[in-house]
Design a protein around this ligand. Sequence first.
Ligand SMILES: [Zn+2]
Length: 309
Amino acid sequence: MIIDIHRHLVAKEWYSEKFWKGYARMIYLIVSRRGLPFSVESVQTKIFPKYFDTTGENHLEQMEKAGIDKTVVFLFDTGLLIGEPEVLIEDQNKILFNASKKHPDKIIPFAHIDPRRPGAIAFVKKCVEEWGAKGLKLHPSAGFNPEEAETLNLIEAIADYRIPVITHTGPSVVPTSSRYCDPIYLDKMLLRFPEVNIIAAHMAYGYRQQLCSFGWQRPNLYTEISMSQDMAKRDYPQFARIIREAVDAFGPERVLFGTDSPFSWGIISEKNFVAAIKELATKAPDDAKFTESEIEMLLGLNAKKLLNI
Ligand SMILES: [Zn+2]
């Protein structure tokens, strides 16, 4: 079974104009470096609309092609930092939970709201108790410090549900903040709530070594490999080595598969990413070998256990 632990539903109206403009400038730098014929404006008119899907139908199509059986989905609440979008975050969550209701065997919904918002705790409890949230997503790149009371109180309030928490780690996209995305900011939470499993997303990008250096010392800390697609495409031996490094640091049972779709669709297809992971059993270099069982755990067995499904 293949389970994706990191995926977003996205709509234009779910982010402010300022977000899309800042993000377009960043994507423009990436695509223009690759010699692709885009302007900042055409990134907004030609690339971003491909991400928009509030029902999950586009996602299900990509998943089908890639052989991904189930996916976790959540949102990205940037309103307090960058300006409120047209659709309130509570209403975005409602739409997301409705999409999962239509595809309960495929879409696993996580609650997501900035912990600093008034009523955040009550809202997350409602998402779990009434709407069936199977986890919580945190995004400190909205500018909050996960060591402070708002986040810790939220985690305390959901600790008894025994659901996992996934949190962004590593430098974050323009125009969001990287200030509190170093994985060390998770340490207080990890120690205070040993019964809550916390997934540090993206192997923390540039903070990968910091993350790996304490991964083995925190049994409730997990990581996932979304956004390593670029490395899989550019430098396959290095891709194998960074995954191997995470598996060695955390143990094979605490590293998970994730895509960060749709934000990764421009890099490689979900199908090719899954294929690149499966090929680690045969094509990884000698210093980064994988067993078939490690790959099965990474692709789905670990997430199945963590999500209790
Ligand atoms: Zn993401």
